[in-house]
Each structure stands twice: as structure tokens, then as C-alpha cells.
Design a binder for this molecule. Structure first.
Ligand code: PNS
Length: 166
């Protein structure tokens, strides 16, 4: 039996913290689907296609990782693809309540999969897409936070976004 895991998130944009979790998940499961999903509580800066392109370019060496886009319920997707796990990264206690709530809701919607939390590596504890966006939009250096192959594209887009606001 192929053990499939889904690694969902906004990935707006992908960070080195996400890459770390995806890489570690790819060692634990036969196949990992990185699922770019809508978070009703967030407005995004990058389109689904841009986010997919960034993740694709940042994970060329991960043979058992595929990327997909979801505009619906995660639990239904997980059931449809026959995944046994939802993998999420957990940075700090502050993440826990929200992630715990989602894990319980997803379990209620579909009992067939477990949510598995991977603790973020120490160097990525503070890292999030919103931190990256804040720094980049004011011209700061984000080279330590995002994959180098997509760095310039992320910077260009975010600087353009902030210029359009003025
Ligand atoms: O990276 P994020 O924004 O913390 O990821 C949250 C995400 C996208 C995984 C979550 O909002 C989600 O699962 N969205 C898909 C729609 C859904 O199923 N929502 C109910 C989750 S309990």
C-alpha cells in the first residue's frame, strides 16, 4: 500500500520553513502532495499559479513530491486521494491552538486520516510567509528565508505590490 500524505498550506509564498517540512515528510511517506489551499482568514499576495510555480522550482530533487491546488475542503480532498495523513509544521505554542482546532475539525469531517505535526527546525522557529512579505515589501533582505531559485521573483512581485498601494 502506498502511504500518501497531504501537506496543505497557503504557501504565500513558500519559505525555507515549508521546504524543511516538505523534505522531512517526503522521507516519512511514499508520496507527499503539497496542497496549495485557500485559507478563508487570509488575503493572499500571490496567485495559485505563481505559488505552484515557486514550489515546483524549489523542489526539483524530491521525486515523491507532487503539487496540487485546492479550492475546496481539505478533508474531502484527503479522502478522494486516499491519503492517510495531513502533515503540518508546528513552530511554537502560539500555533498550537489553531492547528489543534483544524486537526479536530478535519478528523470530524473525515476519520480516515490523521494530522501529523512535525516540529519546525530551530532555525525556522520565527519564520512565516507574513514575516517574509513584511520584510521584502520594505526592501529588506529575504535571502535567508526563501529558496534562492525563487528569491528574485518573490522580491520583484512584493515590491511591485507595495508600490501599487501608493
Ligand atoms: O498555511 P495556512 O494558511 O496556515 O494553512 C491553512 C490551510 C490552508 C491548510 C487551511 O485553511 C485549510 O485547510 N484550507 C482548506 C479549506 C478547509 O478545509 N478549511 C477547513 C479546515 S478545518
Amino acid at each position: 500500500m502506498r502511504r500518501i500524505a497531504v501537506c496543505p498550506g497557503s504557501f504565500d509564498p513558500i519559505t525555507l520553513g515549508h521546504i524543511d517540512i516538505i523534505k522531512r515528510a517526503s522521507k516519512l511517506f511514499d508520496k507527499v502532495i503539497v496542497l496549495i489551499s485557500a485559507n478563508a482568514a487570509k488575503t493572499t499576495s500571490f496567485s495559485y499559479t505563481e505559488r505552484l510555480d515557486f514550489i515546483e522550482r524549489a523542489t526539483p530533487d524530491l521525486d515523491n513530491v507532487v503539487i496540487d491546488i485546492l479550492d475546496g475542503l481539505l478533508a474531502e480532498y484527503v479522502k478522494d486521494v486516499g491519503a492517510i495523513a495531513i502533515v503540518k509544521g508546528l513552530r511554537a505554542v502560539s500555533d498550537f491552538e489553531y492547528e489543534f482546532q483544524m486537526a479536530l475539525a478535519n478528523k470530524k469531517l473525515y476519520e480516515g486520516a490523521e494530522t501529523v505535526f512535525l516540529t519546525t527546525s530551530a532555525e525556522n522557529m520565527y519564520l512565516s510567509s507574513s514575516v517574509v512579505k513584511q520584510i521584502a515589501s520594505f526592501g529588506g533582505d529575504i535571502s535567508h528565508f526563501v529558496p534562492s531559485c525563487v528569491l528574485e521573483d518573490i522580491k520583484t512581485r512584493l515590491v511591485k505590490e507595495i508600490k501599487n498601494e501608493y
